[in-house]
Design a protein around this ligand. Structure first.
Ligand code: 13P
Length: 249
């Protein structure tokens, strides 16, 4: 049985007082048997590390450099994330791929850098609406995953969490149906299995307009192992409800 994982991606939101209020609201309602993680912007990682102490909430970053350190202005190394208490890091979010031109190769290098440092990477993949309408969703997502398998190898890939986030469902209020999501999750797992990865142990999260209202039906699907939550992770009650739905599934 894969343990459910719920990750809050705060994106470029937050502030010291808002962060404190949010974690305060979540404290005490994190259920047993579920991994819960929040990913604040870089400047707040150290603050949020202190806030989550004893709350049963892990800490993740939203991105990292593929490099170890040196003259790379504006970049943040995996070792630095580890140093401030991160255990997790998002890699290849569609907003990074689209707005910062991150391609499959760079994403794969970042995943490798995260693993090398001892962080658990959450590899984000997903197709655009055009790609889905063109019948290419499975091919696009499979290629995104395969690019990482090629760089990492089979053993390391088994340590990665995959997050399937259809681009058309991010921030739009238009969630994939549980059935649509399950088809893609099963496809990702099958692709890993065929490649030779120990796929049964890989957690595959769904992301894209997950809310307290739709979380339970998504978590009921056999290959959906949790959620990567954007907007709804900024409201304590909503995020807690999603965590509770994960625990109940
Ligand atoms: P929303 O939950 O706001 O749609 O964002 C999803 C997402 O991009 C999480 O990484």
């Amino acid at each position: 049985m894969r343990k459910k994982l719920v990750v809050g991606n705060w994106k470029m939101n937050g502030g010291q007082s808002q962060n404190a209020a949010l974690i305060d609201g979540v404290r005490g309602s994190v259920p047993e048997g579920v991994d819960v993680v929040v990913c604040p912007p870089y400047p707040y990682l150290a603050q949020v590390k202190t806030l989550v102490a004893g709350a049963g909430v892990g800490l993740g970053a939203q991105d990292l450099s593929p490099r170890k350190g040196g003259a790379f202005t504006g970049d943040v190394a995996a070792s630095m994330l580890l140093d401030v208490g991160c255990e997790w890091v998002l890699v290849g979010h569609s907003e990074r791929r689209t707005l910062h031109g991150e391609d499959n190769r760079l994403v794969a290098e970042k995943v490798a850098a995260a693993l090398d440092a001892g962080l658990t990477p959450i590899l984000c993949v997903g197709e655009t609406l055009d790609e889905r309408d063109g019948g290419r969703a499975e091919a696009v997502v499979s290629a995104q995953v395969a690019a990482v398998v090629d760089v990492l190898g089979l053993v390391a890939m088994a340590k990665v969490v995959v997050a399937y986030e259809p681009v058309w469902a991010i921030g739009t209020g238009r969630t994939a149906t549980p059935e649509q999501a399950e088809v893609m999750h099963a496809c990702i797992r099958e692709g890993l299995r065929v490649a030779g990865v120990a796929a049964d142990g890989v957690r595959i999260l769904y992301g894209g307009s997950v809310t307290a209202a739709n979380a339970a039906s998504l978590f009921a699907m056999p290959d959906i192992d949790g959620a990567l939550v954007g907007g709804a992770s900024l409201v304590a009650d909503g995020f807690s409800s999603i965590c509770a739905a994960a625990a109940a599934s």
